[in-house]
Write a protein that binds this ligand. Structure first.
Ligand SMILES: [Zn+2]
Length: 285
């Protein structure tokens, strides 16, 4: 598939998401393509290439990346560390299901976590409500409510993984994959609550000096992750961190999944959502 075709898809995706108007109206928008009129969209080749460079070199800083304001940096640090202490308190597995209200309750009750300050809560709420497209993440937001709860009766803990899956389609698909591929395949990440996604996203943003664009190329912002509603990640046993790299596409497990028709990726190579290629992420919903 040539660049021309992809470019056209790119433009169509932009109009479908309504991004073009955001780009036209917002000075903060990270995209710099020009629009000659609201109806006629012109995306210069150069900017499409710049877009591809961003998602291919997702972990590098790019000139148009969007950062948190310097005033917010202390809040980014304190909330990230508080989530880390909270995860240590409740354990990794439970943390996957923890709701926002649970997090607040635990933080009040346990001095080793200590309660969220009003400024921290404002910061978290603001970040959750902010539309992620202005820093480059163009996926949908399946979880619209910060206080969304994951009912325990709707989930199943998957043995030896510390992860949960929703009953019904997700667990059925995982069991089928296990049956077809055997011990070589493992669930590497299942359900993630808003809180878990917050922790992953904020940790990434913190380690990249508040660069929200860079963080969102690797991790969906809170509310935007389909792990919240059924998607999951698989890996090859013994493959370690390579399970979360493009290298996974060369693993036995990936090849077998592909051959058996399981591969319907949410974040394909050179996708238009502003996200890196994620061959390990299985789309369920
Ligand atoms: Zn995933």
């Amino acid at each position: 598939m040539g660049v021309q075709i992809k470019r056209r898809e790119f433009i169509m995706a932009l109009s479908a998401t309504g991004i073009s108007s955001v780009v036209a109206s917002s000075a903060a928008a990270q995209f710099s393509w020009t629009l000659s009129s609201p109806k006629k969209k012109v995306v210069p080749e150069l900017d499409f290439n710049a877009y591809l460079a961003k998602i291919r070199k997702f972990n590098k800083v790019h000139p148009t990346d969007y950062y948190l304001h310097s005033d917010q940096m202390p809040l980014l640090k304190s909330t990230t560390l508080r989530f880390k202490r909270l995860q240590r308190l409740v354990g990794h597995a439970n943390f996957h299901l923890l709701s926002f209200d649970d997090a607040i309750a635990y933080s009040k009750r346990y001095s080793q976590v200590d309660k969220f300050t009003p400024d921290e809560l404002d910061f978290l709420e603001g970040l959750f409500d902010e539309t992620a497209d202005h820093y480059g993440f163009m996926g949908q937001k399946p979880i619209k409510n910060l206080t969304n709860r994951i009912p325990k009766r709707e989930v199943i803990k998957i043995r030896h993984t510390g992860n949960y899956l929703y009953k019904g389609k997700p667990v059925e698909m995982y069991n089928r994959i296990k049956k077809d591929l055997g011990d070589q395949v493992i669930l590497t990440s299942g359900i993630r609550s808003v809180i878990k996604q917050f922790f992953l996203f904020l940790s990434k943003a913190y380690s990249s000096d508040g660069n929200l664009s860079l963080a969102s190329r690797s991790l969906a912002p809170p509310g935007y992750s389909f792990h919240g509603i059924g998607d999951f990640d698989v890996g090859q046993v013994g493959y370690g961190k390579l399970n979360f790299t493009a290298q996974f596409a060369r693993s036995d497990v990936f090849r077998r999944l592909q051959k058996l028709g399981y591969i319907d990726l949410r974040y394909t190579r050179d996708n238009l959502l502003g996200v890196r290629f994620e061959p390990w992420h299985v789309k369920v919903v």
